[in-house]
Design a protein around this ligand. Structure first.
Ligand SMILES: [Ca+2]
Ligand SMILES: [Ca+2]
Ligand SMILES: [Ca+2]
Length: 294
């Protein structure tokens, strides 16, 4: 029984599968817990274009996200069509100085829309969302005046010359929101993430994201979770999240563009076991979370 996974070829169709995955749902950042109100904000993590941020606005909540603006001319962020809240959007530079803001979409509605018209160039920025009328201040006062509401404006308040320091508490409405973006990218690289779906025995799907592109990724199997340390080879000293029992290298996958999916067939005696990805990229080698075979 020892070689069951290798014998049945648990992972097949790797090259094709890698092309299928990742793009469709990989460009959205979902608020993790509650994004901070102030710098350093919450880093959006992933690979490539960032097209949407989904989050929750609690009472008197501001959410600040670290993003990369890749193309200032093409940049936009809007909540129009993404929430029923009366939102405000604010963009800050990497030092927390105000860049641009809008309360109500110049095209109509109480949601917000900002563009790249005042963005000086590509780089790291902080995008903040709050509900009307919770406004950001610096040490010298409001960074933006509260009105006019439906005009995108550079900082024009008494505190315009200083960085973000606080928010007033005048945004009591609660609700979910989506911010739709163009010209933006994730600010950071996600850790290597592994998800298993499917039925066992039967076909399972191994999905990954956050890998370095075009890298060999080993798929490891063990009966149990643990802390086995690899004793030799290029990943010598790397501590796994797997135990020794039944530990084996199932197959090696190409990481594709950094995310993807592979399908394979698993026999009954592997059900309930655990998989972990490992990338030979240094010492210690990068590893994913441990995921359980259904
Ligand atoms: Ca929040
Ligand atoms: Ca928050
Ligand atoms: Ca508004």
């Amino acid at each position: 029984m020892r070689n069951y996974i290798a014998r049945v070829g648990v992972i097949v169709g790797v090259a094709t599968a890698a092309l299928l995955g990742g793009v469709a749902n990989g460009q959205i950042w979902t608020e993790s817990g509650d994004a901070p109100d102030l710098l350093p904000g919450q880093e959006t993590q992933g690979s490539g274009a960032l097209t949407q941020i989904d989050g929750f606005h609690a009472a008197n909540d501001a959410d600040l996200y670290k993003i990369t603006i890749a193309d200032a001319g093409a940049f936009s962020a809007t909540t129009t069509g993404g929430t029923s809240l009366d939102t405000q959007l604010f963009l800050f530079d990497s030092n927390g100085f105000g860049v641009t803001s809008d309360d109500d979409d110049p095209n109509g509605g109480l949601q917000s829309r900002i563009t790249g018209q005042f963005v000086p160039g590509p780089g790291t920025y902080y995008l903040a969302i709050s509900a009307y009328n919770m406004d950001p201040s610096s040490s010298s006062g409001l960074i933006w005046n509260s009105s006019p509401f439906n005009v995108e404006r550079q900082p024009d308040g008494p505190g315009a010359g200083d960085p973000l320091e606080s928010w007033n508490s005048s945004g009591s409405s609660e609700g979910e929101y989506s911010i739709f973006l163009t010209g933006a990218e994730f600010a950071g690289t996600a850790g290597l993430d592994l998800i298993i779906n499917g039925e066992c025995p039967g076909n399972i799907f191994v999905s990954w994201s956050g890998a370095a592109p075009n890298t060999d990724m080993g798929v490891l199997f063990a009966y149990n979770e643990g802390s086995y340390t690899i004793p030799g080879g290029p990943c010598s000293g790397t501590e796994l999240g797997l135990g020794r029992g039944g530990l084996r290298l199932v197959t090696v996958l190409d990481s594709g563009n950094g995310s993807g999916r592979a399908e394979g067939r698993v026999v009954a005696c592997a059900c309930g076991g655990f998989l972990q990805l490992i990338v030979v990229d240094g010492n210690p080698c990068s590893t994913s979370n441990v995921a359980q075979v259904p």
